[in-house]
Design a binder for this molecule. Structure first.
Ligand code: ITT
Length: 183
């Protein structure tokens, strides 16, 4: 059993759907961990190692960011703070006069066993920032993020649909494949 460390219930629901496809279930705990200043890979690696040593068992963490090209990658590693302060409305305001709407979600899974080196697994998905929010599924930045393949925002997709193509699907799938081979 793998323990997923997060304070975000939406991530847990998505993770359960994704991992079911690979035949394993997960446990969920939220002891918290220090989020260092650095790339999402560094945050995930540090967090996984910290919690694996704290709880003395193998864990995964997920650090995610929305990287908007016209804003030089902002909010990126500040996505959590920006979601709580500027909110989606603030992002739309910053993007008002931008022609280039390209953005990426990046999810990095950090896996670690006690007293071991952490491993990281990155998943990205490309999309566009719309000029208004659409849809009331998903969470946080989802209603802003339009995916061409579905002609919908993540906010208009069901959890199952988002789980077919999302950044988190890709990072968790990479981890699940690696982990299955290791078992
Ligand atoms: P944990 O660190 O406890 O896992 P968190 O919500 O703080 O939970 P992140 O730091 O990884 O997670 O997320 C940064 C921000 O991006 C935060 O505001 C999230 O709500 C948002 N976010 C993460 N994944 C998302 C997704 O799939 N769709 C939309 N927004 C997302």
């Amino acid at each position: 059993m793998i323990t997923f460390i997060t304070g975000n219930e939406h991530k847990v629901i998505e993770a359960r759907g994704i991992f079911k496809k690979f035949g394993f279930d997960i446990d969920h705990e939220n002891p918290g961990y220090p989020e260092i200043q650095g790339s999402i890979e560094e945050v995930a690696a540090y967090g996984a190692r910290y919690v694996a040593d704290l709880l003395n068992k193998p864990v995964i963490v997920d650090d995610t960011g929305l990287f908007i090209r016209a804003l030089n990658g902002f909010p990126g590693t500040y996505s959590s703070y920006v979601q709580d302060t500027l909110t989606n409305k603030g992002i739309l305001k910053l993007m008002e006069d931008e022609q280039d709407r390209y953005a990426e979600f990046r999810s990095c899974i950090g896996y670690c066993e006690p007293n071991c080196e952490p491993k990281t697994f990155l998943g990205t998905v490309a999309g566009e920032i719309l000029s208004e929010e659409k849809g009331d599924h998903g969470f946080a930045y989802d209603p802003l993020f339009y995916v061409k393949e579905y002609d919908k925002t993540f906010g208009e997709l069901t959890t199952d649909e988002k789980n077919e193509c999302s950044h988190r699907r890709k990072s968790m799938e990479k981890f699940a494949k690696w982990y299955s081979e290791k078992l």
